[in-house]
Unconditional design. Structure first.
Length: 127
């Protein structure tokens, strides 16, 4: 049985936008809200180059990565063809207008993934 952690109210997430949830370990989680008030949660990292999905544009049940415009499904975290790759998704529960995420997933899911490195430091990190 899941232990659910209160994150925010649905109304605290901008329509067609996102909120970031910081974790003690691992990258932040992005919690999205679409025009139909559906709520989704993904690791805040595009599978392509690590762009912050929380800064992307939400449309329907997808988000466009702000770096290279990859389209990522909010329900499954997978890139739309012809692009390939997925970002981890997180279980979401909405009850009484309040958004909850699974505490166990927040503590352990995808905590081993490296942080994206961009800019001049990226070249030296690749060596």
């Amino acid at each position: 049985m899941s232990d659910w952690q209160v994150i925010c109210r649905v109304d605290d997430i901008p329509v067609l936008g996102a909120r970031r949830v910081a974790r003690a370990e691992g990258l932040d989680v992005a919690v999205f809200r679409n025009a139909d008030d559906q709520v989704f949660a993904l690791l805040d990292r595009c599978p392509h180059k690590g762009g912050p999905l929380s800064q992307g544009i939400v449309f329907g049940t997808r988000v466009a990565c702000p770096l290279h415009n990859w389209t990522i499904g909010l329900a499954d975290g997978c890139a739309q063809a012809p692009d390939e790759g997925c970002t981890p998704r997180f279980a979401v529960k909405v009850a009484g207008g309040v958004v909850h995420l699974d505490s166990g997933e927040l503590a352990t899911h995808a905590t081993d993934l490296p942080r994206p490195v961009a800019g001049p430091c990226a070249e030296s990190a690749a060596r």
